[in-house]
Design a protein around this ligand. Structure first.
Ligand code: SF4
Length: 252
């Protein structure tokens, strides 16, 4: 937001400049921690596009920091000439592309947007107080016309779908899942990502984390209108869940 105000709307105010310098410094430090984490990532962390995230964050924070120094009055307006301007433009383009195209085309930064909205419209706000409600609802077995849960991705509510997009693929659920540890064909992280695939349409070939034990990545797919079971996800994957809840206790 500060970057948009200062560099998008041209509000070259010294206080805003210093605030943006502080924000980009904090972002740079955070990006260094992410880079350190990604140097030798544990198996539970997804790889793929997530591996380029620290580089994008570093490019974004360094470019905006240097570009803001003249706004704060620390460097003269024309410092560095066209060469520095071109380098900064490249860095800004890289960082901004990661932010905006990543959000809209399913890149890692999608979680930042979806996660904030998911927290605002969380379906089980009682969990913020320490509860571990799963939101499971009893089925109406008396009414033959009552829906039995969710059949297709489009049957999820909008904020359930938002919750899938908010997943950062940290793998805490994978590490806490006893079925996964026991080699059963279930990985809660992949199950969430399969629901993301189901909404967008396609296959799970791009998933860059651990597969369901014993299942090959790339052989499952679906779309919002296709039944989930035995398309996106095999029935045995769902039956591997024992509803033991360590995932909902440990993965907050
Ligand atoms: S713990 Fe939550 S955010 Fe992390 S991978 Fe599992 S579902 Fe995604």
């Amino acid at each position: 937001m500060l970057a948009i105000l200062v560099h998008g709307f041209g509000l070259h105010n010294r206080i805003l400049g210093y605030a943006l310098l502080l924000a980009t410094t904090l972002m740079f430090v955070g990006a260094l921690f992410v880079a350190k984490r990604r140097r030798n990532p544990p198996a539970r962390l997804s790889k793929g596009p997530w591996m380029r995230l620290p580089k994008s964050l570093l490019a974004f924070s360094v470019s905006f920091f240097v570009a803001t120094l003249p706004v704060a009055g620390i460097l003269p307006e024309n410092f560095g000439g066209w060469l520095l301007a071109a380098l900064l433009a490249l860095g800004v383009l890289w960082g901004v592309s990661e932010l905006f195209f990543g959000m809209t085309w399913g890149g890692p930064m999608k979680h930042a947007f979806a996660g904030a909205l998911h927290l605002a419209w969380h379906r089980r706000a009682e969990r913020f107080g320490g509860g571990c409600s799963t939101g499971l609802k009893p089925l109406d077995l008396e009414d033959p016309n009552a829906p039995l849960g969710v059949e297709k991705p489009k049957d999820f509510t909008w904020n359930q779908l938002l919750g899938f997009d908010a997943c950062v693929q940290c793998g805490k659920c994978e590490a806490a899942c006893p079925a996964f540890a026991a080699g059963q064909p279930l990985n809660p992280k992949k199950l969430i990502q399969d629901m993301v695939v189901g909404l967008a349409g396609g296959t799970d070939a791009q998933f860059a984390g651990s597969p369901y034990p014993g299942k090959v990545i790339g052989e499952h797919g679906g779309n919002p209108h296709q039944p989930i079971v035995n398309g996106l996800v095999d029935a045995e994957t769902l039956w591997s869940c024992t509803t033991c809840r360590p995932v909902s206790r440990n993965a907050r």
